[in-house]
Design a protein around this ligand. Structure first.
Ligand SMILES: [Zn+2]
Ligand SMILES: [Zn+2]
Length: 329
């Protein structure tokens, strides 16, 4: 749907006032920029905080002034999934493009490194016990990508790599009844595949129709489409970030925690992009003052007003009322 970024439902509120810190720590993995990122050289936690807004929505705020083009933070994905078309050309875990013949092969899939192979071993051991052909056919026929992410998440839960409630903190999409009936078809196929593979009822006790639907509802508006921009040495972050708009097709999708808390703006002051794998980078597009909300654009910002409103409404469930939209630009 969008060209480089998918976000989630989040009601837009203009002129939000920063609210106090949330009490609970967030289970995201992120780090501040390091010198090798070629941007700001700050150590310690990222210069941001997640605040609650008056509507109970979350938002990300700068905790100090951040200069234009600075890397705000990086973020490791919670869940990745290569697209069906990219299965042979990217790392099965981190989605890095596999060039040439150097690969780490394991039972029919490839990794970019021993580390990725080791990190994927737990869920891939689970996955290789089942026959997923009917489920994959269903995804292929309907051109569905997100059920494949639920399948991977299910394998990760069974392997103990993630807990079944790991995505609960994310905002779910509102699903239509037509969507729910299609989702239920996929649920049946996934459930059957696990049961035929002789997983016990205890193993798959979490895999209820309600869980499956809830995960899909969250993935639908929180998964980011991953377009890699390469990242050859010497290019500055801004040109790499701009290049991501010109990406030649997604290598897959991934879900993050912290990046999912960024609200949308059609004239954003921040941008999310990917260099060589699914590790996300957030950078500023202009100077941001302390306390200012950081926002990214969920869609192709070059579209006109009507097209943006349609896409945001249908894809993410909200009407944008950002300053650019107020001026009908
Ligand atoms: Zn990898
Ligand atoms: Zn807007």
């Amino acid at each position: 749907m969008s060209r480089f970024a998918l976000g989630r439902y989040s009601r837009y509120l203009s002129r939000l006032k920063p609210l106090p810190h949330l009490n609970k720590p967030f289970p995201f993995s992120s780090s501040a920029a390091s010198s090798q990122d070629g941007a700001a050289c700050h150590t310690g936690p990222p210069p941001i905080r997640v605040g609650l807004t008056e509507s109970a929505g979350r938002a990300v705020f700068a905790t100090r002034r951040i200069g234009s083009g600075d890397l705000i933070h990086t973020a490791k994905p919670v869940l990745t999934c290569p697209s069906l078309l990219s299965l042979d050309s990217v790392c099965y875990l981190c989605l890095k493009k596999l060039m040439g013949s150097a690969k780490f092969r394991d039972r029919g899939v490839s990794y970019c490194s021993q580390e990725c192979q080791d990190n994927a071993k737990g869920f891939y051991d689970v996955e290789t016990r089942g026959d997923w052909s009917s489920f994959v056919d269903y995804c292929r026929t309907h051109n569905f990508k997100y059920p494949l992410m639920v399948k991977r998440l299910s394998c990760m839960v069974i392997s103990g790599a993630l807990s079944a409630d790991c995505l609960d903190i994310l905002q779910p999409a509102t699903l239509s009844s037509a969507m729910i009936s299609k989702i239920e078809d996929g649920y049946g196929l996934l459930w059957n595949a696990f049961r035929k593979a002789n997983f016990t009822e205890d193993d798959v006790a979490f895999l209820t129709k309600q869980w499956y639907t809830g995960i899909l509802a969250r993935i639908r508006i929180n998964a980011f489409r991953i377009d890699l921009v390469g990242g050859s040495c010497g290019e500055d972050l801004l040109s790499l970030a701009t290049a991501s708009v010109e990406g030649e097709g997604a290598v897959g999708h991934a879900v993050y925690m912290l990046p999912s808390f960024y609200n949308h703006d059609c004239d954003p002051n921040a941008h999310i992009f990917w260099l060589q794998n699914a590790d996300a980078r957030l950078m500023t597009l202009r100077d941001v003052e302390e306390g200012e909300e950081l926002r990214i654009c969920y869609i192709d910002a070059s579209m006109g007003y009507e097209a943006r409103q349609t896409l945001l409404s249908q894809g993410f469930g909200f009407c944008c009322n950002c300053l650019r939209c107020q001026s009908r630009d």
